[in-house]
Structure formats: C-alpha cells, structure tokens
Design a protein around this ligand. Structure first.
Ligand code: ATP
Ligand code: MN
Length: 468
C-alpha cells in the first residue's frame, strides 16, 4: 500500500488549483479504460466519488511490463504520481504516474463491463457490477443526496424521525397485498382443530407480515410529538410488473397533528420542490450526464416543476376534464373509478402541463382512515401527480372522529381486534391531523429521468426476481 494517504478523485478535480500542480498524490479506483502506444498509456480511473474519471499517464519505460498487463478495464489500482496540467482536451489535470499497484485484476475475457454501451436490461442481470457504470454511479449518488435532503428538510422544520416497525402484526394497513413473516416449518404447518394454520405456534404467537406503510404507527407518533416522519422500506406483494412498482421500496411518510388538507398539500408541494432544488444544487454533474444519455428534457423539467405552482382540483372536476377530453383511454373514465397512470398523465402532461394535486376522491376507492366529507361520498384524500410518473404522493387528512372511524371500519369488515390500538388515538385526545406518503423510488425516477423503477434502486425486488 502506498505510504501516501489517498485523495478522492472528486477532491482533485474540484480543487486542483488549491492542491497545486506538481503535488504528489495517491489515488485508488477502478480502471474504466486503458489506451496508448508503445511508449505511454492513458488509464481512466474512477473511484465513484464523482462521475468523471481522472486520467493517469504512465511512461512504459518506468514500469514493469508484466505489471502493466494486469492493468485492464475493471481492475482496481492504486496510483501515486504528480498532478500535472493536462495537454489533452476533456480534463484540466491528470496524474503522471510514478508508482502503480494492482489490488485486483479483472480478466479481459470474462469481465462483463469490458465494453461501454450495455443496455439497461442487460445491466439489471448484473446488478452486482452495475454500480461501476457511469449511469448507476450517477443514480446512486443522487439517491444518497435525496435521502440526506429529506432528513435535512424535516430536521430543519422540527419534525422527528420515527422508526415504525418493519414486521407488523396488523394485516389491515389497507395499502396492498402483504408478505407473510413466519418461522413455521412450511413442510409441517401446525393446524388448529378447525384446520387453519395455528399461528399461536409461530414466532410472535400470531400472524405477522412485512409492513406496507408506516402510517398507522406514524399517526401514533404525531399524536404525541406533533410532527413526525418515517423513512423506511415497505413491501407490497402486488404482482404488477410495471415500470413504476417494486415489491420492496422506500417510503417517506410525514404525519402532522393540527394540519388540515390544505396544510398537507402545501407541505407536500414545498417538500418535493425542496428536494428538486437540492439535487440541482448538489448533483449537477450527474444530472447533466443523465440528461445527455437518457432524457434531454431532464433539467428543464426539474426547473419547470420548481417554478410553477401545482394545480389543485377535486377528483370530480378531473373526471369531467377526462370525460370531455375526447381522448381514447385503455381504461374508460367514469365517476368512481380509480384513476390509472394514463389518466393521471393526461391531466399532468396534456391538460394542465404541470404537477397536479387531486383531492376529494370517492370514499370507496380510498383507505378507511381518510376524513369523510359532508357529502357522504368523498374523502379528504390528496394525490400528487407528476409528469412521466403519475402518482408520486398519496395522502389525506385523517378521520379524527372515533364514531365515524369506528363505523367505517365496521362497514368494511376490518376486524376491530386488529385496530383497537389505532382507534384509541381517537378515543384519547384525538386531534385533526394529516399526512402523506412519498414513494422514494418514484421521486428518484423523476429526478434522474430513468424510465424504469428497477434502475433507481441498487437491488430491485420484483416478481420472480430476488437474485442479488
Ligand atoms: P399506485 O396506485 O401507483 O400503485 P398506491 O396508491 O398503491 O400507488 P400509496 O399506497 O398511496 O400507493 O403509497 C404512497 C406512495 O408510495 C405512492 O404515491 C407511490 O409514490 C409509492 N408507491 C406505492 N406503491 C409502490 C410500489 N409498488 N413501488 C414503488 N413505489 C410505490
Ligand atoms: Mn395512492
């Protein structure tokens, strides 16, 4: 190992004037390309700290021939050398190598990322190596910055990060099909006298699942700490193979006491605009790369969303617009339907041409906990709809009346034994409150211009796919 402390490539590329030409530095990273002639080789080294690689120039006369053969695309090396101005175009500085050490070779015949230009589909099959591409480096750096920005946003506003359980004993969260969690021997399942699975013998002494949402527990926190948020993994066993659904995804769920639906909408709009601004301020190199490679409207679209006020309208008005549109939809439109992505995108992309917040949905297509409107037909729901994505946020003002919530639960046949603790928040010191859930990966899709949600999470979980 080099005696010298390693300097990250990002630091060198951004601070080369302060570091000073002629300075001796050590860099470590993975070889992206190597080219050259009989006398000199140019090695592009990337350490993931920034989208750009640094160019290492090595005079072959200074190095052992056998060692240089090991420096191939995909190998991992440590280089100590002098920082020099680069005569070539494309970079301001480069490293003139004095010492090279090979940490790990990568066989040129079998290393799958030998050539550039692989399809995203192919890269999904090598999810263990795709972080080494420019594309996934950019996406995962952006993902990190967004996660950080989310914590910063809430922390700066006095919201507390509440950890809600991943294993849940309630199967009535109502947001989607669930994955069972069990330690029972599946080849020898204990049965009750009536022939049902005897969960009494299971690890928790009852049937348990992976959570589909932290909201219900989040509400318990908001009824004490006023403003909380969750940020954790959620799991939905929905067998939908779409470019917008994962079986395991991350969700951010703020929950606020004393917020009505208007406060809730204002927070959602401010929050997503903050995230977009943060990414424009902190990830510009990565955005530029993604724009060039995948989506030439990316940065203008991000700016457009921050600059425009979101359009707010009721579900019923949206149905009228869709019906009057003359547009042929795969799923026909009528009052009472659950809007499909095609409808949401029509409203956002064709009609209003900006993000839309829809409110006051029919109660039958929304969850039991949403506040009932006086019309007896609709609830105080709000969905935030984005260009290219459709629904990015789903939220509502919550029903704070014990009687109304209790009768809705009974009406829907949700077992009260699963819900007693939730109902108690309405029994003891209930308060008007609201919250929403932002799908983290849908936000990253929007921010990166990627088209498929499998390409914005390091290890996607989808039906029939959990290899890595
Ligand atoms: P959709 O109708 O798009 O399936 P939903 O109405 O079931 O979503 P909610 O229960 O409201 O979703 O969840 C809140 C947010 O979580 C959604 O607005 C979306 O951003 C995100 N989300 C929901 N399901 C998934 C999923 N399977 N994969 C990734 N993100 C999801
Ligand atoms: Mn929703």
């Amino acid at each position: 190992m080099s005696e010298l402390k390693r300097t990250k490539i990002e630091h060198i590329l951004k601070n080369h004037s302060q570091l000073g030409i002629g300075k001796t530095l050590n860099i470590r990273g993975w070889v992206r390309t190597k080219r050259g002639n009989k006398n000199v080789v140019f090695i592009a080294v990337n350490d993931g700290s920034i989208i750009h690689s640094i160019q290492v120039v090595a005079d072959l006369a200074d190095f052992d021939e056998e060692l240089m053969k090991l420096v191939t695309t995909g190998s991992c090396i440590s280089v100590t050398g002098t920082l020099v101005e680069s005569p070539g175009s494309g970079q301001a500085v480069e490293i003139h190598a004095k010492e090279i050490e090979v940490y790990g070779t990568a066989d040129t015949e079998t290393y799958p990322l030998q050539k550039k230009g692989h399809t995203l589909e192919f890269l999904r099959e090598i999810a263990h190596l795709r972080p080494r591409t420019n594309t996934f480096g950019a996406v995962f750096r952006i993902r990190h910055h967004v996660a950080f920005a989310i914590h910063k946003y809430f922390n700066d506003r006095g919201f507390y990060y509440l950890h809600t359980p991943i294993i849940t004993g309630s199967d009535a969260e109502g947001a989607g099909a669930m994955f069972h969690v069990t330690t029972l021997d599946l080849n020898n399942i204990p049965k009750t006298e009536e022939g049902h699975v005897n969960f009494g013998e299971d690890f928790f002494g009852k049937s348990t699942n992976l959570t589909v949402s932290g909201q219900l527990e989040g509400e318990l926190g908001a009824m004490a700490l006023s403003e909380i948020y969750t940020f954790g993994p959620t799991f939905r066993a929905e067998n939908s193979n779409t470019p917008r659904h994962l079986a395991e995804f991350w969700m951010i769920e703020p929950e606020m006491a004393f917020y009505d639906i208007t406060d809730n909408m204002d927070l959602a709009e401010d929050f997503v605009k903050y995230i977009i601004r943060y990414v424009l301020d902190h990830c510009f190199d990565d955005l530029e790369f993604l724009q060039k490679m995948y989506d030439n409207e990316l940065i203008p679209r991000l700016n457009f969303v921050i600059e425009n006020k979101f359009e707010k309208l009721a579900y019923t008005e949206a149905i009228e617009i869709l019906t009057a549109s003359g547009q042929k939809f795969e799923f026909p439109v009528s009052w009472g339907i659950d809007l499909q992505a095609e409808h949401e995108r029509y409203l956002v992309e064709k009609h209003f041409k900006k993000p839309v917040i829809l409110t006051d949905y029919p109660k039958d297509i929304k969850a039991f906990y949403m506040k009932q409107n006086d019309d007896g037909k609709t609830v105080r729901a709000m969905d935030v709809l984005f260009p290219r994505i459709g629904e990015i946020i789903g939220g509502s003002q919550r029903e704070e009346s014990y009687e109304k919530l209790h009768s809705r639960i009974a009406e829907l046949g949700i077992p009260e034994k699963d819900m007693w603790w939730y109902l108690e928040t309405r029994k003891f010191g209930t308060a008007p409150h609201s919250g929403f859930g932002l799908g983290f990966e849908r936000m990253i899709l929007f921010l990166t211009g990627m088209a498929n949600i499998r390409d914005v999470i390091p290890f996607p979980r989808t039906p029939q796919n959990a290899e890595f």
